[in-house]
Write a new protein. Structure first.
Lengths: 153, 153
DNA sequence: TTTCATAATGAATAAATATTCGGTTTTTCT
DNA sequence: AGAAAAACCGAATATTTATTCATTATGAAA
């Protein structure tokens, strides 16, 4: 019996690589691969992954993985080298960095694809961060902290 | 009694402007506006429009109109290569692109001289778009869709 | 106009998906 | 460790959505 993390990853993988069109179908694939669960759990997993059924241009149904989902992890409290400050203005967040660091750090943020952050643009020592609507400053801060920690090793 | 074409247009409009989360809800909006139909027909209409229920980052369900089904001046259904998504946050719009494409696409937007868009800045895979005051999200979406389609040949 | 084909639609139903409920396990906090 | 809280999950169920079936409208061709 495999654990939840593996299952979630596997579901994501299957939806990326195959053309799954219903939960029943996905469920049987999962069972073939040794994951034992019910449709109820699968429905919840899909919700966690924000995977939803959409229509292809051909009019077929298909589960698609949004770009912004990622496997979560835990945090301590280290701070990224090069980052000087994080401050909010209106609904934007701004990170000030050492000169020349902005681009590199911004791309780490981009590649983390946390759902809290819609996108970033960087100058030389400044990163403008556009949060997704509905996320609080606290949530944004948490996400950023986590990202900047994780990239530290 | 209004006709099918009007109804379809209206459905798209409502899904763009409101946060509809079920067919029942949409149905009652339609009825309030003089459209008389059943859930069966609505389901078919949504399928025609390729509108599907997706999950917001907050975990709420919502019907969304795909970028590619907007009525364009030239109705090529082609979506701009490199563009992954368009989303709004506050009064800004953000386009996510394939890595490295943001600059090129942003300059196409800049040179389009649409009155709806004040300016853009681009990172590596993100374009932040600053709309002109007084333009709705829908108008911005339409403008962008048109620009990205037109630049396709 | 009549005929034939096609599209549109609603009622009923099937199919698919989300959630509630209760029990269990896991994590967190002291 | 032990209590409290939170996460997890299946069974059953509620809800939501797609489709089938039958009927009526629409339109094109003879």
């Amino acid at each position: 019996m495999k654990n939840k993390t593996d299952r979630i990853k596997f579901i994501r993988q299957v939806c990326l690589e195959n053309n799954v069109s219903s939960q029943e179908e996905l469920l049987s694939i999962l069972k073939e691969n040794g994951f034992n669960l019910t449709q109820a759990t699968l429905s919840r997993d899909l919700k966690r992954l924000k995977i939803s059924k959409t229509l292809t241009p051909q009019g077929l149904y298909r589960y698609v993985v949004p770009l912004s989902t990622f496997p979560a992890s835990h945090s301590s409290e280290v701070k990224k080298i090069g980052v000087n400050s994080l401050e909010f203005s209106g609904h934007l967040a701004v990170i000030k960095t050492k000169s020349g660091y902005a681009g590199g750090i911004a791309s780490e943020i981009d590649s983390s694809s946390t759902s809290a952050i819609l996108g970033t643009v960087a100058g030389d020592d400044t990163i403008i961060i556009v949060p997704r609507e509905g996320f609080s400053r606290e949530e944004i801060t948490k996400s950023l902290t986590k990202i900047l920690e994780e990239s530290e090793h």
